[in-house]
Design a protein around this ligand. Structure first.
Ligand code: ATP
Ligand code: MG
Length: 382
């Protein structure tokens, strides 16, 4: 029998969300993400998803890494199936976990018996396998509280499965369960993290990026596409809508007082993002704004930008410290790309209440219409 991957289902089990929708979405997402790694059979039973190689040339290492980025699973582990027989299980543990058993100092065996027809109780099975492993690897001590290695034996319907420590899964809910939102993706550290956090709640994202040639370089745009590429293993296929922003910015600069430039510009970003949201059926906007992080990110400023859209604006990193945001950026793999020094079309702004009036001199609709007509998109696939 071939080594396989087990994913443990997350929150659905606890929360009683619509379980079938959850599982179906998760299975579909796993199948789609694993296509590049060979033919796998993906099934689920008793809060566990089984990812089994179904043919030659499956890249199980690649599939295992990919599985850790699929929202909806709380734990992921590689396991070796074997016959449902105590000695077959023991042999399997001895050989499959040999390296781990040799390098650990303490261990315990934990058995789960989903197949109630199995002739031993979980405790009997653990004691048997634990005792024999102890004889085979006499350097080990048994530690039931804080073992370095936990040998897990799961006796299930089709087979018994032996594995060591599971690694954390991505958590959250399967993409596609929570509707669609438009995320404003800059090249910075915060917006990729904000996007990821909302995607984690099962939301399908559409990305919007504003760029202002010739003020911003083609490399700055490439960097944003790179960030989207890094998010795809987590978020699934992404469409990045690139909105040319030069005319809008030049017009604001010409016709509005300088101190309102950034605020008015941000209101235009909201309007354009809302247009994209309407096009794609998205129900919310996401930004990487963080309270007090820069002078522009005050409650007043946010109230003023929000006023330019009817959609709810989600700001998942609003109350996080930079340190915390960076920790997530590192974990999800966007940090190194985010800190590459390319310019963004944003600068600091001073909020005031009367910006709506100031905008009256502008052809707001015309400007937004033209930007949207010239908006292009890139599809970033897994
Ligand atoms: P980030 O690290 O995400 O760039 P920031 O701390 O630099 O955030 P701002 O530059 O003020 O903050 O931008 C706040 C938010 O506005 C960003 O998190 C992002 O959601 C959005 N935003 C800024 N610039 C752009 C852009 N060029 N295209 C799309 N969205 C943008
Ligand atoms: Mg920024």
């Amino acid at each position: 029998m071939q080594e396989l991957i087990l994913l443990k289902l997350g929150e659905v089990v606890l929360k009683g969300l619509n379980r079938h929708t959850f599982e179906d979405k998760l299975l579909a997402n796993i199948r789609r993400r694993l296509k590049n790694y060979g033919a796998f059979q993906v099934t689920s039973k008793q809060s566990t998803v089984y990812v089994e190689p179904a043919g030659e040339g499956c890249d199980i290492d690649g599939a295992f890494d990919a599985c850790q980025k699929i929202f909806g699973a709380v734990a992921v582990v590689r396991a070796q199936p074997c016959e449902k027989d105590r000695d077959a299980i023991l042999d399997c543990a001895k050989t499959y976990l040999r390296e781990d058993l040799l390098s650990a100092r303490s261990f315990k065996v934990e058995s789960k018996r989903a197949d109630k027809t199995f002739p031993m109780s979980s405790i009997q099975l653990s004691q048997y396998v634990g005792g024999e492993l102890h004889d085979a690897y006499p350097h080990l001590t048994v530690d039931v509280h804080h073992p370095e290695l936990t040998v897990v034996v799961e006796v299930r319907e089709k087979a018994a499965y032996v594995h060591g420590h599971a690694v954390p899964g991505a958590g959250g809910l399967p993409i596609g369960m929570g509707g669609t939102a438009v995320s404003l993706l800059s090249g910075g550290i915060d917006s990729p993290v904000a996007s990821w956090m909302v995607a984690k709640r099962g939301v399908q994202l559409e990305m919007v990026h504003f760029y202002s040639p010739p003020y911003t370089s083609p490399q700055a745009l490439d960097k944003v596409l790179d960030l989207a590429r890094l998010l795809v293993p987590w978020c699934g296929r992404l469409v990045v809508h690139t909105v040319p922003f030069t005319e809008i910015q030049e017009t604001i600069r010409r016709d509005c007082p300088e101190e309102y430039f950034t605020l008015i510009m941000r209101r235009f970003m909201m309007r354009c993002a809302q247009r994209v949201a309407k096009r794609v059926g998205a129900k919310a906007l996401i930004t990487g704004e963080c309270l007090g992080q820069v002078a522009s990110q005050t409650m007043e400023a946010m109230a003023s930008t929000e006023d330019a859209t009817d959609l709810p604006v989600f700001r998942p990193v609003i109350a996080m410290d930079k340190e915390e945001i960076i920790r997530i950026a590192r974990r999800i793999g966007t940090f190194e790309t985010s800190i590459q020094p390319f310019e963004d079309c944003c600068t600091v702004f001073t909020p005031r209440e009367d910006v709506r009036e100031l905008e009256n001199v502008l052809d707001v609709e015309g400007l937004v219409d033209r930007a949207m007509e010239a908006t292009r998109y890139e599809v970033i696939r897994y």
